[in-house]
Design a protein around this ligand. Structure first.
Ligand SMILES: NC(=O)c1ccc[n+]([C@@H]2O[C@H](COP(=O)([O-])OP(=O)(O)OC[C@H]3O[C@@H](n4cnc5c(N)ncnc54)[C@H](O)[C@@H]3O)[C@@H](O)[C@H]2O)c1
Length: 287
């Protein structure tokens, strides 16, 4: 028996990065997956998003683990597309137990317009609401909702730095709002024992972090920094000296939150940030 044996989990942004890691970790523990991804770029986001082949690769890897997967190309800004994808997945698998709302963009750059602010908010926050909205009618009592926030939503002096442009502000705003949404939604759904939790990664070793805009954010002293240059500064957001966590580290947290091991855990803001929050928000010495 796996830790999430025969559960069906809907994951947004599952073509690569953390979304793919969640799909594989959950499938490895017995889950079937409904996976969506935009599979095309968003103009304000300077690094490319996933492609249809990436989503197909996630599907191949899940099936290699002996589990089933339904994939759909869908933009989390489009509630109807998400509802259709979930409905098709539920028709195939007969049930839905959990949703991981985690598709995201990070449209950083001082050259960006206000559109970058709106894109960050509509993908990184509205997209979470739309994923929950699509899943909720199918979730039984005892179902699970996990949303991905960020250290950037919990602490200031991260992407809210004006030098990172309106998209950075939008990213922080969206992630802060995800944390708040999770808190209040957990309260609303507790009577049905539907658990709602957030995971908040610090730097994570995916395409979002490994992008030119992010290298510039970490090395504002250089005009054209490389990954090697940025690696020196990545540990600034960690208390443990590591430059980043791996997608699989976040997937372990997501697996715990979807499994019955966390059956009385709801409203949690689970940081997978190498203590980055501790550096940014030291507690007042009240003890
Ligand atoms: N990488 C980091 O350092 C980091 C840190 C904290 C939080 N996060 C968050 O983790 C989550 C996963 O990001 P990642 O690190 O795996 O980056 P990633 O860029 O590798 O993956 C994001 C995925 O979401 C998809 N996506 C983007 N916009 C979409 C949309 N509108 N509709 C559907 N799919 C869309 C992309 O195509 C991609 O497959 C995001 O919410 C991100 O904000 C990342």
């Amino acid at each position: 028996m796996g830790r999430v044996q025969d559960k069906v989990v809907f994951i947004t942004g599952a073509a690569r990065g953390q979304g793919r890691a969640h799909a594989l970790r959950l499938a490895g523990e017995g889950a079937d997956i409904i996976a969506v991804d935009i599979c095309e770029d968003i103009a304000s986001n300077s690094y490319p998003l996933a492609r249809q082949e990436d989503l197909a690769e996630t599907a191949k890897l899940v099936e290699k683990l002996g589990r089933r997967i339904v994939t759909r190309k869908a933009d989390v800004r489009d509630p109807a597309a998400l509802r259709a994808a979930v409905a098709e997945g539920v028709a195939e698998f007969g049930r839905l137990d959990a949703v991981v709302a985690q598709a995201g963009i990070s449209p950083l750059g001082p050259e960006q317009s206000a559109q970058a602010f709106l894109d960050a908010v509509t993908v990184d926050f509205n997209g979470v609401v739309h994923a929950v909205d699509a899943a909720l009618p199918h979730l039984p009592d005892g179902g699970v909702i996990v949303a991905t926030g960020s250290l950037a939503g919990l602490a200031s002096a991260t992407t809210d730095n004006p030098a990172l442009g309106p998209g950075g502000l939008g990213y922080s705003f969206a992630k802060r709002t995800v944390a708040s949404f999770v808190h209040d939604l957990a309260t609303v759904l507790a009577p049905r024992r539907i658990r709602v939790n957030a995971v908040h990664p610090g730097n994570c070793n995916t395409d979002m972090l490994n992008s030119d805009a992010m290298y510039r954010a970490f090395r504002p002293d250089l005009t054209d920094p490389t990954r090697e240059d940025a690696l020196v500064s990545f540990p600034a957001t960690s208390a443990m000296g590591n430059p980043y966590v791996e997608p699989e580290d976040v997937a372990d947290a997501v697996l715990f939150l979807i499994s019955d091991e966390s059956r009385w855990v709801t409203g949690a803001q689970l940081r997978v940030d190498s203590g980055g929050y501790l550096r940014k928000r030291p507690q007042l010495p009240t003890f």
